[in-house]
Write a protein that binds this ligand. Structure first.
Ligand code: SF4
Length: 253
């Protein structure tokens, strides 16, 4: 079946080989977003599969490595062709995109359609990230907790890999942000500060504090009757965070 799709695609877009679009499972798409790549109009593609188990995950249905129906490559090609000139960028999100060894091929195809490329990653796979760095224009990477709390938040003691990924990103020269999602039941403010200090110390220049938002979260114990708001963060914390990075912002996560 993929052979016949490829033949069809080549008829319509001879200058952009699209076989690679069949090699990464894309489980969902947001067709238009102003939030997922700073300063750009972007579409977001969600890859299937993430081995972590963050309680606040908005996309828990994307965690299994094998998912349900995927977007057919022909539909992706059609989408890219129709959005040329209308969108600035395509963002690869998930799930965890860097899990997919064929993602660089997929990313190269996106570039050939003329879009800038953004990536959302949890930093679990430094080698996968490294293979994507030459292709990306902007990367948003999660840093979830201090070293001692990583397993509690993600289900995996992954801090070393995340730190390795952060170093690669910092040294890459690519635009990036590190972002931490805050829920008061999962992290204390001093743990947020400890995490931020660590990444500031290794050279991070851009840090976002994302306040948990309940949309899409299936953990009922995290959905508070009186949702925590940005204004509930202590001023002492936000001032200290702002002092650690040349760029710091707070947003709803
Ligand atoms: S790393 Fe991201 S996609 Fe994976 S479980 Fe955590 S929040 Fe969900």
């Amino acid at each position: 079946m993929s052979g016949s799709i490829s033949a069809n695609l080549q008829n319509h877009a001879p200058s952009v080989p699209v076989d690679s679009l069949a090699k990464v499972p894309i489980a969902g798409i947001v067709r238009f977003s102003t939030l997922d790549y700073p300063g750009k109009l972007a579409a977001v593609l969600f890859t299937q599969g993430c081995p972590w188990k963050c309680a606040y995950c908005h996309n828990a249905h994307l965690q299994p490595l094998q998912g349900g129906a995927m977007i057919p490559p022909a539909a992706l090609r059609h989408f890219f062709e129709n959005r040329r000139g209308l969108l600035d960028a395509i963002v690869l999100s998930g799930g965890e995109p860097t899990l997919h060894s064929r993602l660089p091929d997929f990313a190269e195809t996106i570039l050939k359609f003329g879009f800038a490329l953004g990536l959302h990653t949890n930093g679990m796979n430094p080698a996968g990230l490294q293979s994507l760095l030459p292709l990306c224009h902007w990367i948003g990477m999660d840093v979830k907790a201090p070293r001692t709390r990583y397993a509690a938040i993600t289900g995996v003691a992954a801090f070393e890999n995340v730190e390795k990924s952060a170093r690669l990103l910092i040294e890459s020269g690519i635009d990036y942000e590190l972002r931490l999602t805050y829920h008061p039941a999962l992290l204390a403010e001093d743990e947020v500060l400890e995490t931020a200090r660590h990444f500031s110390h290794i050279g991070a220049k851009s840090f976002i504090l994302q306040v948990f938002r309940p949309q899409g979260c299936s953990a009922e114990n995290l959905i508070l009757k009186n949702p925590f708001k940005i204004g509930d963060l202590s001023r002492a914390l936000t001032e200290k965070l702002a002092g650690l990075f040349p760029y710091f912002a707070i947003r709803n996560g």
